[in-house]
Design a binder for this molecule. Structure first.
Ligand code: ATP
Length: 273
């Protein structure tokens, strides 16, 4: 996906019902939906619509999904880019991409711009960890700041950005008129996991013994992305076993497999931390 830095999905089909749990976060972004749908309702007394909000939380918890759902609920286009795409860019390219994206978005307003992993662009200046790429990252960050300041609050463009490292962000990004709102997206508790399982189970042909509550109890610490992964693995395992429907045994084996994968990943990662 490196080649395709951003994409405009003119019709976003994802809505809030696809996002399980996250009730508080949904309530907060509901406001963004209303800003996009009926800006005049909010600006008539002289108030300014916020330009951006930061979605803060660990990987795989549904930040991208929620941002897409905002676009889906408001019926507006969704433009996205990921900070990690900018890591190895030639000088000038990152800044040009940012300008390009904002130009497209302004043409298609009202719309959402989503910036995933904004910390990869928006680290405190002078404290980058990627040798050689610092200047270019700063250029990219500066162009992002310039673009954000350059459009009026009545432009109809709202920027949502995601990070799991709000502590490393350059404070310039967090100033009023930029990402001055933070919405936290936490890992699901047992009730949230049950809700996420239920959403994903909807897509499968299930045996009657499959129980979202039991699965939620067996998956402490799992984020939504891992739950989606378990559900898909279970369906593949059941298919390999030539079953007519996915049953609880398939889910058990899928949970074991996903836990095994996570352990392996942690073993590789932990020496560096
Ligand atoms: P990252 O920070 O790694 O980009 P993220 O927080 O943006 O992760 P998503 O990409 O939105 O996470 O989640 C990955 C997938 O996990 C989603 O496409 C969806 O299938 C599933 N998922 C995550 N959270 C939820 C949720 N709350 N409800 C339903 N599905 C979820």
């Amino acid at each position: 996906s490196k080649a395709q830095l951003f994409d405009a999905e003119n019709k976003v089909k994802i809505t809030f019902k696809d996002v399980a749990g996250l009730d508080e976060a949904k309530e907060e972004v509901q406001e963004v939906v209303e800003f996009l749908k009926k800006p005049s309702k909010f600006t008539r007394l002289g108030g300014k619509i916020p330009k951006g909000a930061l979605l803060v939380g660990p990987p795989g918890t549904g930040k991208t999904l929620l941002a897409k759902a905002v676009a889906g609920e408001a019926g507006v286009p969704f433009f996205s880019l990921s900070g990690s795409d900018f890591v190895e860019m030639f000088v000038g390219v990152g800044a040009a991409r940012v300008r390009d994206l904002f130009k497209q978005a302004k043409d298609k307003a009202p719309c959402i711009i989503f910036i995933d992993e904004i910390d990869a662009i928006g680290r405190m200046r002078g404290k980058g960890q990627m040798p050689g790429s610092n200047d270019e990252r700063e250029n990219t960050l500066n162009s992002l700041l310039v673009e954000m300041d350059g459009f009026g609050t009545d432009s109809g463009v709202i920027i949502l950005a995601a990070t799991n490292r709000p502590d490393v962000l350059d404070s310039a990004l967090l100033r009023p008129g930029r990402f001055d709102r933070q919405i936290s997206i936490d890992k699901p508790d047992i009730v949230g996991r049950e809700a996420i399982f239920s959403v994903h189970l909807n897509n499968l042909r299930l045996s009657p013994d499959v129980d979202a509550k039991k699965l939620a109890a067996q998956t402490p610490g799992f984020a939504g992305a891992e739950i989606a992964n378990v559900t898909n693995e279970a369906a593949l395992i059941a298919a390999r076993r030539d079953k007519e429907a996915v049953d609880m045994q398939d889910f058990q084996d899928a949970v074991d497999r996903v836990i095994g994968g996570l352990e392996k990943k942690n073993k590789i990662i932990s020496p560096e931390e």
